[in-house]
Design a protein around this ligand. Structure first.
Ligand code: HEM
Length: 410
């Protein structure tokens, strides 16, 4: 397709980041949504979606959820295959009013006030992680530093026992890695069978926790989910499993990705590191926002058009799919001065790394900001020279801007 922007294919996302940025800059310059056609597999007809690459397009679409629906899915280019319908389709892929009713069950736990309550836990964990790092010496930053904090926090919020942490990470990592039509596992298995296995594990874990919490309620999120009523009814086992899956996947991978990018960015930009270290407390909040803008851990979300509509000069037809490329909006030269420059003093910084303004804006944004702030503060206070010793090994994904490995030393 035009500009070499074969956005539906993994090969495009395997290209070097600077090359991809050039393609997105060309797409933004067209000023209109660009149609991306592809065939999910050789037996099916060509499918397609409109790629939205400008900041203003993404804001407008996010603000109009009645026309740009999150159903049947926000997280997959193709509609979910019937084999997965029991597992996917929690609130991120539902519209109001049901979406709002589901979100209300858990939203209290993610308000700044509630997050403040376990700030001490986050700080203690961050200190333990850095203690272990100091003891161990040079190692893989992703598994030793970026992964444990968000994993432990979301698992503690859900009430997941420590013995299950490894399996939870294994499942959530794989679920996000398979967002692409041509994903095949290392053993050659197709994505649907891999996803079924990992989702089944998460649903079984939720089932066990739900039984336990019904008998012995506590103050964790699983207790909130099993005791909630939506439209006068309790959530079914399937709905509980989907909700649980969404929270653990969203709570883990994104923050880990942001933390890993932070180390890579402060390695590549010593001037920005010096600026940060010069006044850590004052500059950290801006640094966190700039890491999220620059790295954009979640690359896109999908919407489906509910009725014919004209928006910003383009006519959409009912049934059209649109994909909101947050990575591109976050480099939009119409909004950001020198968008390709990593600048922790950037103000304002109206990035859409946590989504656009609308009902689905990231539920975990306050939590993620706290986690990243606290860990970076601990790291740079105790190990100001910590740096990556090789370029990141990137995840092959169009959906998340993940980093699989990042060796570090200090
Ligand atoms: C740097 C870290 C994170 C990034 C970049 C991120 C990004 C996003 C994005 C782009 C969306 C979609 C917004 C939209 O469609 O408008 C989203 C939704 C969501 N995020 Fe995050 N997220 C992060 C951390 C977290 C954490 C720690 C949690 C904790 C559980 C979380 C939970 C969720 C949930 C539940 C939704 C769906 C909200 C809804 O549909 O109402 N996220 N996030």
């Amino acid at each position: 397709m035009a500009y070499g922007a074969d956005l539906a294919r993994l090969e495009f996302w395997a290209r070097p980041p600077a090359e991809r940025e050039r393609v997105f800059a060309a797409l933004r310059a067209t000023g209109r949504p660009v149609f991306v056609g592809y065939s999910p597999d050789a037996r099916q007809p060509v499918n397609g979606f409109f790629a939205l690459t400008r900041h203003e397009q993404i804001l407008e679409v996010s603000r109009n959820p009645e026309v740009f629906s999150s159903e049947p899915t926000a997280t997959s280019l193709d509609d979910p295959p019937p084999a997965l319908s029991d597992f996917v389709g929690s609130m991120i892929s539902l519209d109001d009013p049901r979406h709002a009713r589901l979100r209300r069950i858990v939203s209290r736990a993610f308000t700044p006030r509630m997050i403040k309550k376990f700030e001490d836990d986050v700080a203690r964990l961050a200190a333990e992680i850095v203690d272990r790092l100091v003891e161990r010496g040079p190692c893989d930053f992703v598994t030793e530093v970026a992964m444990p904090l968000p994993l432990t926090i979301i698992c503690a919020m859900m009430g997941i026992p420590e013995s299950a942490y490894d399996d939870v990470i294994d499942a959530t990592s794989l679920i996000l890695a398979t967002g692409d039509p041509d994903y095949a596992g290392p053993d050659g298995r197709d994505r649907v069978s891999l996803l079924t296995e990992k989702f089944s594990f998460l649903h079984a874990l939720m089932g066990e926790l739900a039984r336990e919490r019904r008998a012995h309620p506590s103050d964790d999120l699983v207790t909130a989910l099993v005791s909630a009523e939506v439209d006068g009814e309790s959530l079914t086992e399937r709905e509980l499993g989907k909700f649980f899956g969404l929270l653990v996947v969203a709570g883990n991978e994104t923050t880990r990705t942001a933390l890993s990018h932070a180390l890579a960015l402060f390695t590549d930009h010593p001037d920005q590191r010096a600026l940060l270290l010069d006044d850590l407390d004052a500059r950290l909040p801006g640094a966190v926002e700039e890491v999220v803008r620059y790295a954009t851990p979640v690359t896109w979300m999908r919407r489906t058009v509910t009725r014919d509509v004209e928006l910003l000069g383009h006519t959409y037809r009912a049934g059209d799919r649109v994909v909101l490329y947050y990575n591109s909006a976050n480099r939009d030269e119409a909004v950001f001065d020198r968008p390709d420059v990593f600048d922790i003093t950037r103000t304002p910084n109206p990035h859409v790394g946590f989504g656009g303004p609308g009902p689905h804006f990231c539920l975990g944004a306050h939590l993620a900001r706290r986690e990243i702030t606290v860990l970076l503060r601990e790291l740079f206070t105790r190990l100001p020279a910590i740096h990556a010793t090789a370029p990141p090994v990137r995840q092959r994904s169009s959906f998340v801007n993940g980093i699989n490995q990042l060796p570090c030393a200090f």
